[in-house]
Design a protein around this ligand. Structure first.
Ligand SMILES: NC(=O)c1ccc[n+]([C@@H]2O[C@H](COP(=O)([O-])OP(=O)(O)OC[C@H]3O[C@@H](n4cnc5c(N)ncnc54)[C@H](O)[C@@H]3O)[C@@H](O)[C@H]2O)c1
Ligand SMILES: CC(C)[C@H](C(=O)O)[C@@H](O)C(=O)O
Ligand SMILES: [Mg+2]
Length: 361
């Protein structure tokens, strides 16, 4: 029997709830596909600060390096909001991404037909939307030096540095062209090259790489325009490639297009490691209430099955089961509207698992 080692980092807020739900789905995959998953849990985020004094203990990092894939919930919350920026739970996430060199964050945003009325946008605008935001994840203003709050002439000044080397840009752009080639052959590169030198370099590198992909249609958009086009003509996008900060913001916006942030999965991949996590955060406003939407994390696990374990059939079955559960009218509160069956985290997970059983061929 095949077996895979999964590092499980539940984190904070709704993290444990949505990861536990996802582990139940993976349990069903084990049963149906004759595979064994070996889980090892590690601490990250606020809970890691509370228990070890640091948001990413070395043991967690070692555990992740030593696993076939990492499954992460979310980090952060009000309990740690008053810590200085460099001591916050979020730094654990930045560190793990950097240490594992997870330079490409793949964030698919697809409008599911049964959820067409969950989006605040008109059905005719969102119908058919199926895009993939490729967010560079190990550079940009997130990591640039110098950074900090300094004193200048008796006044405080806050400094962050937007920085990309051409190699950092090139590798994520090549990955994006490769992915676009396997999809609908359209790539939108998003920058702010009318103002920022970093973006000027970004655009140059995209142009250079594009010469090797004449079959892929290339579009450049400024990030402000892209933010607008994303809600005006979402279905016209195929693959979007952009830097770390722009990708962070645009992918949350994509959550509105598809109906909820609770529907957006992601895979953070490098050449050696891969980490799977929902796009959303720890949602402190609903943590502990049993109402969080686990689908973003369940679909992240489906990405793990496909990309890290080559289990395409199992991955497709999980997606199919999610779609059928939505077709049957089950909705967590974030995607609920009148006339549907309002359920919590556990119940929607039960339904997904039942549908896996039903649709297994
Ligand atoms: N990858 C991560 O770990 C990650 C990502 C984003 C934010 N954060 C952190 O999470 C904390 C809260 O941040 P925030 O409130 O700005 O963003 P958030 O994504 O946690 O929540 C934004 C809104 O979306 C809702 N939401 C998010 N996920 C949901 C789900 N699965 N089901 C139903 N509703 C959901 C929340 O209830 C909230 O109203 C902060 O500390 C932030 O830094 C962590
Ligand atoms: C929590 C935070 C550090 C993180 C980011 O900005 O990358 C989050 O917003 C995300 O999208 O994964
Ligand atoms: Mg974000």
């Amino acid at each position: 029997m095949q077996s895979f080692r999964i590092a499980v980092l539940k984190g904070d807020g709704i993290g444990p709830e949505i990861v536990d739900a996802t582990l139940r789905v993976l349990g069903k995959v084990e049963e149906l596909f004759n595979v064994k998953f070996e889980y090892k849990e590690g601490l990250i985020g606020g809970i890691a600060i509370d228990e070890t004094g640091t948001p990413l203990p070395d043991e967690t990092l070692e555990l992740c390096r030593d696993s076939d894939a990492v499954l992460l919930g979310a980090v952060g919350g009000p309990k740690w909001d008053n810590l200085p920026t460099d001591k916050r739970p979020e730094r654990g996430l930045l560190k793990i991404r950097k240490e594992l060199d997870l330079y490409a964050n793949l964030r698919p945003a697809k409008v599911w037909e049964p959820l067409i009325d969950a989006s605040p946008l008109k059905p005719e605008v969102v119908r058919g939307t199926d895009m993939l935001v490729v967010r560079e994840l190990t550079g940009d203003v997130y990591y640039g030096e110098p950074r900090g709050i300094f004193e200048e002439g008796g006044k405080r000044v806050g400094v962050n540095t937007m920085r990309y080397t051409e190699d950092e840009i090139r590798r994520v752009v090549i990955k994006s062209f490769e992915i676009a080639r396997k999809r609908r052959k359209k790539l939108t590169s998003v920058d702010k090259s009318n103002v920022l030198e970093v973006s000027g370099l970004w655009k140059q590198v995209v142009e250079e790489v594009s010469k090797d992909y004449p079959d892929v249609e290339l579009e450049h958009l400024y990030v402000d325009n892209c933010a607008m086009q994303l809600v005006r003509r979402p279905s016209s996008f195929d693959v979007i490639v952009t830097g770390n900060i722009f990708g962070d913001i645009l992918s949350d916006e994509a959550g509105v297009v598809v109906g909820s942030l609770g529907m957006l999965p992601s895979a953070s991949v490098g050449d050696k490691h891969a980490l799977y996590e929902p796009v959303h955060g720890s949602a402190p406003d609903i943590a502990g209430k049993g109402v969080a939407n686990p689908i973003a994390t369940i679909l992240s696990a489906a990405m793990m099955l496909k990309y890290s374990f080559g289990m395409d059939k199992a991955s497709d079955l999980v997606e199919k089961a999610v779609e059928e559960t939505l077709n049957q009218g089950y909705r967590t509160p974030d995607i609920y509207s009148q006339g549907y069956n309002r359920v919590g985290t556990q119940e929607i997970t039960d339904k997904i698992i039942e549908n896996m059983e039903r649709y297994k061929t």
